[in-house]
Design a protein around this ligand. Structure first.
Ligand code: COA
Length: 258
């Protein structure tokens, strides 16, 4: 049985965690399937955007506690290999060339909060419960930390990683873990609005904008001058950049290749 579902309609791929009985907690199968799905969708030219969500009552209750029970028997080296596989899954989503919209509801705990962090745009329903709850289990939010820190920064990470406290959607919005909070019955419309914005943007410009952020974040001040100058020059001279600017000057709608 696959642990996720993937369907694509009109350029939008919908990836759903599909283990609602355990609140979409992830195990080795989920990790491998998610990684493979995002690597594939990243290279699929027909896909303009990806929505990541979860079936049933919750987005994701984090790592499967029954699966982690198996880790009690693993050696240090086997634990390293397990964690690296999980890191590869988060990286595949984080560096996916397509914009990833998170549809977050119910609970996003532990690795579920990590999945929220690797979405480019995360939209949560106002009843969602968040938490980096690992310390409550005597473990730490290690693998997700680079992605979470990139979103909420060290100050909020210190407060929330050390307490493991659960927090509401208003706080998730305040710390930058999510970008919009809406009533549960407005969640799908909020996701559609974002998809509508992406649909009217140039696909290669969206991909280049996404790639630019980690490049600039990792660059020195001096290197950033060269990186950004080359990035904008490449985009301006591309067919998409030419069409977008011409269409604006000619007061018409741009026609971007799909
Ligand atoms: N791993 C394994 N099973 C999980 C799970 C997890 N991370 N999260 C939930 N489940 C299971 C529960 O054990 C329960 O199984 P059961 O029906 O056999 O008893 C089922 O999912 C439903 O959970 P329940 O707590 O009844 O649902 P809820 O909707 O009231 O609450 C959560 C959902 C996610 C808030 C709650 O289940 C929870 O706090 N889970 C623990 C999350 C956690 O600590 N994750 C961090 C891991 S590092």
């Amino acid at each position: 049985m696959p642990t996720i579902t993937v369907s694509t309609t009109d350029g939008v791929a919908r990836v759903n965690l599909a283990r609602p009985d355990v609140r979409n907690a992830f195990n080795a199968d989920v990790i491998a399937e998610l990684r493979d799905a995002f690597l594939r969708l990243s290279d699929d030219p027909s896909v303009r955007a990806i929505v990541l969500g979860g079936e049933g009552k919750s987005f994701c209750g984090g790592a499967d506690i029954n699966w982690m029970r198996g880790a009690l028997e693993l050696s240090y080296d086997e634990n390293v290999a397990d964690a690296e596989a999980m890191s590869d899954m988060f990286r595949a989503i984080d560096r996916c060339s397509k914009p990833v919209v998170g549809r977050v509801h119910g609970a996003a705990l532990g690795g579920g909060a990590g999945l929220t962090a690797v979405c480019d745009i995360a939209i949560a329903s106002d009843e969602t419960l968040f938490g980096f709850t690992e310390v409550k289990l005597g473990i730490i939010p290690a693998v997700i930390s680079p992605f979470v820190l990139g979103k909420i920064g060290a100050s909020h990470a210190r407060a929330l990683f050390l307490t493991g406290e659960r927090f509401d959607a208003a706080r998730a919005l305040h710390i930058g873990l999510v970008h919009e909070v809406v009533a549960p019955d407005a969640l799908d419309a909020a996701v559609e609005r974002v998809l509508g914005e992406i649909a009217t943007a140039g696909p290669s410009a969206v991909a280049a904008a996404k790639a630019l952020v980690p490049q600039v974040a990792a660059a020195s001040y001096d290197d950033s001058r060269d990186i950004t100058a080359r990035a904008i020059a490449k985009q301006r001279t591309s067919p998409e950049g030419q069409e977008g600017l011409r269409a604006f000057l000619e007061r018409r709608k741009a026609t971007f290749a799909r």
